[in-house]
Design a protein around this ligand. Structure first.
Ligand SMILES: Cc1cc2nc3c(=O)[nH]c(=O)nc-3n(C[C@H](O)[C@H](O)[C@H](O)COP(=O)(O)OP(=O)(O)OC[C@H]3O[C@@H](n4cnc5c(N)ncnc54)[C@H](O)[C@@H]3O)c2cc1C
Length: 1022
């Protein structure tokens, strides 16, 4: 896009910008700033927060948890816990004060009282009211000050349909209740008149994600259908009452979908002529320019202008961390001046396109706003042609100054309850105290007018002009900050490893590729995949039919069913090539893994689509499994190379010592169906790269996916016999593989029952004989995992985390949560939200991106889960039973089930169910909760949602599980980041995807040579 302003234009705009800016600054300096007035800013806590980043973090965390703390004792305890961690940064007086303020003392109570009052005071500054009456007062006050308003409803994260309905209804009522009153008030021309016509007085800012609990770009069509319906309804109410609807912008993930729904609805005949609507463009986004151009083109085509609120964006830290976490490109500019410069650029574009886009500038930055005013003047737009917008509670003096200069200024007024208001409050506090904040720079750092009004491009050394500003400074302080965000604490040898980024299904093209892959896989339905031994395809008299659990009449493929004889042959074939394979340089073996990873990466959507069809996995889960498979290949390849070179020189003069790892021999890999590609790939590649040869025995239910993996290895050029593909019935081939004298390693993942049987029979079969080792068994078994919800937990997060962990992939993960242990204090708040959130999960076939609950794997699983549901009914109360309805005939569907009133030792609280069944157990306190959590035979995963630093530490010590997750879901371990595996009855061996996993596949050995001959030995090389 070209700016379409000449250098002379820009110079003139720049001059006016400075003039306007200086005028405003002069007005501002004569009045006491509100947010930054002494009383507020001198408030001790805030001033420490400004001085020290770690104090600030603790401070804001404390404010965040405060509304959940009902007892004074809890408030003082949290205060102490938070500030304990930054003790040395606090002033001496405060340290002493904290020592005397024991939770149950008088001083403690006083501290609690002051803390609560303080936080409430802060919240009130940013929230216009909690009731409609209070809002009306705030609105009246604003109009009296010749300022317009837009209303925002604060609320908890919308995680259920009931909550979405409530939000929608609240928006409707807001308009219906306020409009008649406000429209009857006398006109305020500066507020109510636009350039061409009157403006609606009631203006509501709406978040589309609040209108639908399943707002998800993955299911763009379904989300659009539902949200568009609600937006239409709101637009009708707005039209009826002469109100304005503005669509706010949230995280980047939802941006494209939000824009698309907005455009779609407003293009429809019924709404084509609606002009009292607006949408937000966030100028910290690199996409903002192209989005704005597209919006202009669309508005021109539509024939009626819309409003555009230009902001920089409220989620900079989140977007940066989120993108880095997933390995995605960071969508926001990295340096503040870039956002500022882009803001100005987009301001010029919007103002120039006034005929189609009506500009509303949402900012507290005097330079940014002055630049908008200057641009408008330059092209001859009347002052009311550009609207200025600011947040309630921020920069009141600026508001007054801009109003005094004749601009229309609209105040964004959030209203609602305190608890949901805290998230909003913390965002505002972060914004105000950020090092990059204009407000902070102008009011607390006393920068000169010259510095405050500087053209942002001057920070870059660029000249104002038509140059794009996509410049990333690799040495910026921001970059340093980024680098400190997610340091991976891994041994040096694995440092070059990076997790495969998951597919970003918010991108249209990625969804298209996934749909195409599903079609390709469907075309291959019914294909036959034979047993492969020593590189030869082998015919079998029987085959396994692998069916689609979403549509049980569909055959995904047939797979040869190996006999015991073939199993024996496979072992012999593997043993035959083993010496040669073992002799290869480890780098050569690693290279095969890397090539296999590349093979899969190139076909990642087909691999994901295959498991959607064969295993009933949803898109995201299937994509995650493919990424994990690639990760295992990449991680173990690097790990094996590093392992061989990981020991230092132990030579002394006259003696050479060599420590090395030898491959064990033939490995039998016996895999499950629930991570049909990842687990099979992980166990197989670990065995291979360390020099073992492999018999790959997949689960019957996921044999087609396994056959694809076999083809990937072959496609990567793996020599014949190094892997032998042996699909078949576990009872037929399993015992042969486990007991055969030539089998040196058995890597198994599956049920506890089979795992223990394998362990026992491998031990028995290790009877010795020439060349035989004691068989090494690596077994990942089951879990009975719990999430504890502490009394101060963030319930938005805890409910969502339990839902994801319990019902993701229908609970068919060994890491799944099957017990939610909830502290009594929050039990009654937690349970209804959990039930509503779970009820809202759409049930349907896995290939439909709108389904959140798909089928279970097969009839046997279906029957087994139903048996447990019946047991649960005897043992407790069935709170939720989502009926699969007509889907029951189509596939193996079981809706989520939630039980309460379950004793800690009940069967459904002790035995692994492997389905969408959750027991919610009430605990008196954390001691009780930990005792329940630890009180099973398993120790795989576990979680705690808590905002108490002490309780989080306690869980680290006392919650005995292999993978403990704090304040996040307990599934979805990533290779390298969260090595996975448990103990007790959950597993034998070290963790998959961890630094010591490969050691299980090798034999350590030392070779010592005496190099001295008659008193003479080779000297050390320099
Ligand atoms: C009326 C109104 C409505 C709003 N609605 C929305 C909305 O719908 N969606 C939304 O996301 N935000 C919205 N905002 C919030 C707004 O994004 C922030 O208040 C705004 O970004 C603060 O910018 P500023 O111009 O006031 O201050 P400044 O201090 O000039 O700018 C601060 C902003 O710069 C950006 N920034 C900070 N550090 C960096 C960096 N290192 N690199 C690049 N950029 C950086 C961030 O966006 C940060 O917020 C709204 C604001 C107002 C006033």
């Amino acid at each position: 896009m070209h700016d379409e302003f000449t250098l002379a234009d820009l110079a003139s705009i720049e001059r006016t910008t400075r003039e306007v800016g200086e005028t405003v600054l002069n007005l501002v300096s004569r009045r006491a700033p509100h947010v930054f007035q002494r009383r507020w800013w001198d408030d001790r806590i805030m001033s420490w927060a400004m001085k020290n980043e770690s104090v600030k973090v603790q401070m804001f965390r404390f404010i965040d948890v405060l509304p959940m703390l009902n007892r004074r004792e809890a408030i003082t305890r949290h205060l102490q816990e938070y500030f304990e961690e930054v003790h040395e940064h606090l002033p001496t007086a405060v340290r002493l004060g904290m020592q005397v303020a024991q939770p149950d003392s008088i001083a403690g109570r006083a501290v609690a009282f002051a803390a609560r009052r303080n936080a409430l005071g802060h919240a009130r500054r940013f929230i216009a009211g909690t009731t409609p009456a209070e809002v009306l007062t705030a609105v009246k006050r604003a109009r009296k000050a010749r300022q317009a308003f837009t209303l925002d409803l604060l609320g908890e994260a919308v995680i259920s349909n009931v909550e979405a309905d409530r939000f929608f209804q609240a928006y409707v009522e807001l308009i219906e209740n306020l409009a008649p009153t406000i429209n009857a008030w006398p006109e305020v021309p500066q507020v109510d008149r636009g350039v061409e016509s009157e403006l609606p007085r009631v203006n509501v800012s709406v978040k589309l994600s609040a209108l639908d609990s399943q707002f998800d770009p993955l299911d763009a069509e379904g989300t659009t259908r539902r949200v568009a319906d609600r937006l239409r309804a709101l637009l009708r109410v707005a039209r009826q009452h002469g109100a304005f609807i503005n669509v706010d912008m949230e995280s980047y993930h939802t941006k494209d979908l939000t824009l698309s729904i907005f455009k779609q609805v407003l293009t429809e005949d019924e709404f084509r002529d609606v002009g009292d609507v607006g949408i937000v463009i966030q100028c910290y986004l690199r996409d903002s320019e192209s989005d704005l151009v597209a919006l202009r083109d669309w508005a021109r085509e539509r024939g009626k202008p819309i409003w555009v609120r230009l902001v920089k964006g409220a989620y900079w830290d989140y977007e940066t961390i989120h993108a880095r976490y997933h390995g995605w490109p960071v969508p926001v500019y990295r340096r503040k001046w870039q956002s500022d410069a882009n803001y100005e650029r987009q301001t010029r574009f919007t103002i120039r396109n006034f005929r189609y886009l009506r500009p509303a500038l949402g900012s507290h930055n005097i330079r940014s706003l002055a630049h908008g005013i200057a641009t408008a003047r330059h092209i001859g737009l009347p002052p009311l042609g550009v609207e200025l917008q600011m947040l309630y509670g921020m920069a009141e003096v600026e508001r007054e100054a801009f109003t005094a200069l004749g601009n229309r200024l609209r105040v964004y007024m959030p209203f609602g309850e305190l608890i949901p208001g805290m998230a909003y409050l913390v965002r505002r506090l972060l914004e105000n105290t950020s090092n990059d904040s204009f407000l902070r720079a102008s009011f607390t750092e006393s920068l000169s007018a010259e510095e405050l009004l500087m053209n942002p491009l001057e920070h870059s050394g660029e000249q104002p002009g038509d140059r794009p500003i996509h410049v990333v400074d690799e040495s910026s302080p921001v970059r340093e900050r980024l680098e400190s965000i997610a340091p991976l604490q891994l041994p040096a040898w694995i440092e070059s490893f990076e997790n495969e980024p998951p597919s970003d299904f918010a991108v249209d093209e990625i969804r298209r590729q996934m749909r195409a892959a599903l079609a390709t896989v469907r075309e291959r339905f019914g294909e036959h995949y034979p047993v492969v031994i020593g590189g030869q395809e082998r015919k079998t008299s029987e085959s396994i039919r692998s069916i689609n659990p979403s549509h049980k009449a569909q055959t995904v493929g047939t797979v040869g069913s190996a006999t015991a004889e073939l199993a024996e042959e496979a072992i012999i074939a593997a043993a035959k090539v083993w010496p040669e394979w073992a002799d290869l340089d480890v780098r050569t073996r690693a290279d095969y893994l890397l090539r296999t990873a590349e093979f899969i990466r190139e076909r990642r959507f087909e691999f994901a689509a295959c498991q959607v069809s064969e295993c009933g996995k949803g898109w995201r889960e299937a994509d995650g499994d493919v990424c994990e498979a690639i990760d295992f290949l990449e991680y173990y390849a690097r790990g094996a190379v590093a392992l061989q070179g990981s020991f230092g020189d132990a030579d002394v003069p006259g003696e050479e010592n060599r420590f090395e790892y030898l491959p064990r021999g033939v490995a039998a890999v016996i895999a499950p169906w629930n991570f049909p590609l990842a687990i099979l790939t992980g166990m197989t590649s670990a065995a291979l790269v360390t020099g073992n040869t492999v018999i790959m025995k997949p689960a019957e239910q996921s044999s087609v996916m396994a056959a694809w993996l076999m083809r990937a290895f072959v496609g990567a050029g793996l020599p014949p016999g190094v892997i032998n593909f042996l699909p078949g019935q576990g009872e037929v081939v399993g015992p042969v593989l486990v007991k055969h004298p030539q089998t040196a390693v058995i890597a198994f993942t599956g049920s506890r029952k089979v795992g223990l049987e394998i362990n026992a029979s491998a031990a028995q079969a290790s009877a010795g004989g020439p060349g035989c080792d004691v068989k090494r068994v690596i077994a990942e078994m089951g879990g009975k995992n719990a999430i504890i919800v502490d009394e101060d937990a963030d319930l938005d997060e805890a409910v969502a985390g339990v839902v994801t962990s319990a019902f993701g992939y229908q609970g068919q993960k060994c890491s799944a949560c099957s017990r939610a242990i909830v502290l009594a204090e929050v039990y009654d708040a937690f349970l209804p939200r959990l039930i509503e959130a779970t009820k809202s999960l759409p049930l349907g076939p896995a290939e439909d991106p709108g389904s959140r609950i798909g089928p279970v794997i097969d009839q046997e699983a279906f029957n087994g889960i139903h048996r447990y549901i019946e047991i649960g009914k005897q043992e407790g109360h069935l709170e939720l039973d989502v009926d699969a309805g007509s889907l029951a005939n189509e596939g193996f569907y079981i809706g989520p089930h939630i039980f309460t009133g379950i004793a800690a030792n009940a069967r459904i609280a002790q035995e692994e169910i492997f389905g969408p069944v959750l027991a919610v157990i009430r605990a008196d306190n954390l001691d009780h909760a930990l005792a329940i959590a630890n009180g099973t035979e398993y120790a795989l995963t576990g979680g705690l949602y808590s905002r108490s630093p002490r309780n989080l530490k306690r869980a680290q010590r006392e919650f005995r599980v292999g993978n403990l997750y704090l304040n996040r879901p307990i599934t979805g371990a990533l290779v390298g980041r969260q090595p996975f595996g448990g103990f007790r009855m959950s597993g034998i061996g070290s963790k998959a995807g961890g630094p010591d996993y490969l050691l299980q596949f090798v034999l350590p050995r030392t070779v010592t040579e005496n190099t001295m001959r008659r008193g003479f030995a080779p000297t050390e090389q320099p």
